[in-house]
Design a protein around this ligand. Structure first.
Ligand code: NAD
Length: 359
């Protein structure tokens, strides 16, 4: 059955990098019989300029009907003076909430060819391949009550609530265990169960959920230790599953181990496997429109889409192999360039991946 993909380029380099990912999708359609139908929509500043909203109802409706969404990036200085309610970032948050995208998958992969890009020693990070599964719609970012109140003595107090229901923990744990089954079969659940009752509950529910996954190895780690282990010996991890806030912090830390923001994809999934796929970087206004941005994070997001929403794991692997092949050939966009390599543009990188796919 033909699957529907909604393409949302967004702002800044979003337009350029998504165009290259669409080239790749078209190649898969034409040469490998991938049965997909693509429609384009508006989100972010681009949507605000045309409709007055960063997430027009039409886009949300298109997103709900799609099997998968490919998003470039949103935001930029042009829209910063706007009221917060219509800023481009609201478009992203609205899509996450509107589709119930509770599972955020952030791989931190360091291709051996780029080991020098990391600030850590090559032997510590070369070949790194971690999957961080972050809970995205619950926890302290959404818990009620929240706010800033004035106490009787006139002093002000800010407060937030960390809260997780059993069902919210179960569903994210299942995502992590299912993914581990397709990888190296190990899950590390990160919490602060020694101090926070909510994450003690988290740990207990993860242990309970694990009973249906005896083929997966489960370990637990406190978040402070996990932050340390990620820079000490990151290759010990396969899949990490954690709360919204811990995942926010640890996934950025893990991404930076690789030193190449232009290489990292992400996925956000809901209960029915519908997903939104996007590079982890932003709209990079400093290089927008110059044909120099690295499109590989977006192209690798297409690989994640094939694996997690379109049930096309073999084609996902083909894209990942094509990326590896292009790096072996010494082809580099400016952000990952080093002496002795061949510097190429955004569109040349897209073409090189297409060539590698059909070679
Ligand atoms: P950014 O990720 O856009 O850029 C940070 C740095 O990395 C810049 O120097 C940029 O040139 C470089 N960079 C990013 N992606 C690159 C790529 N593919 N190839 C080569 N270099 C790349 O972060 P920022 O500068 O903090 O934010 C810029 C805008 O993007 C802001 O409006 C911000 O709100 C928005 N943003 C959006 C998202 C998103 O859409 N998911 C995420 C982060 C930031």
């Amino acid at each position: 059955m033909t699957k529907k993909i909604l393409i949302l380029p967004g702002d800044g380099i979003g337009q350029e990098i998504v165009a290259e990912a669409v080239k790749v999708l078209n190649t898969l359609k034409q040469k490998f019989n991938l049965a997909v139908e693509m429609t384009h929509g508006l989100v972010g500043g681009a949507a605000y300029d045309k409709t007055g909203s960063p997430l027009p109802q039409e886009t949300l409706d298109q997103a709900k009907q799609a099997d998968a969404i490919l998003l470039g990036a949103v935001g930029g200085p042009k829209w910063e003076p706007l009221d917060i309610s219509v800023r481009p970032e609201k478009g992203l948050l609205g899509l996450r909430a509107g589709l119930g995208l509770f599972a955020n998958l952030r791989p931190a992969i360091l291709y051996p060819q780029l080991a020098d890009a990391s600030t850590l020693k090559p032997e510590v990070v070369s070949g790194l391949n971690i999957m961080i599964v972050r809970e995205l719609t619950g926890g302290i970012y959404f818990g009620q009550p929240r706010g800033v109140r004035t106490l009787e003595n006139g002093e002000k107090e800010g407060f937030n609530t960390l809260v997780y229901r059993t069902s919210e923990i179960e569903r994210i744990a299942k995502v992590a265990f299912d993914i581990a089954r397709k990888r190296n079969g190990r899950v590390c659940s990160v919490d602060k169960a020694n101090v926070l009752e909510c994450t003690e509950h988290w740990r207990n529910v993860v242990i309970e959920t694990h009973k249906a996954y005896s083929d997966v190895q489960l370990s637990h780690m406190y978040v402070d230790n996990a932050a340390m282990q990620l820079v000490r010996a990151p290759k010990q991890f396969d899949v990490i599953v954690t709360t919204n806030m811990f995942g926010d912090i640890l996934s950025d830390e893990a991404a930076m181990l690789t030193g190449s923001i232009g290489m990292l994809p992400s996925a956000s999934l809901n209960a029915s496997g519908q997903g939104m796929y996007e590079p982890i970087h932003g709209s990079a206004p400093d290089i927008a429109g110059k044909n120099v941005a690295n499109p590989l994070a977006t192209i690798l997001s297409v690989a994640m889409m094939l694996r997690y929403s379109l049930d096309e794991a073999a084609l996902a692997e083909r894209i990942e192999e094509a990326v590896s092949w292009v790096l072996d050939e010494g082809l580099r966009t400016a952000d990952i360039y080093s002496a002795g390599m061949t510097k190429i543009s955004t569109s040349e990188m897209g073409d090189a991946i297409v060539d590698a796919l059909v070679a």
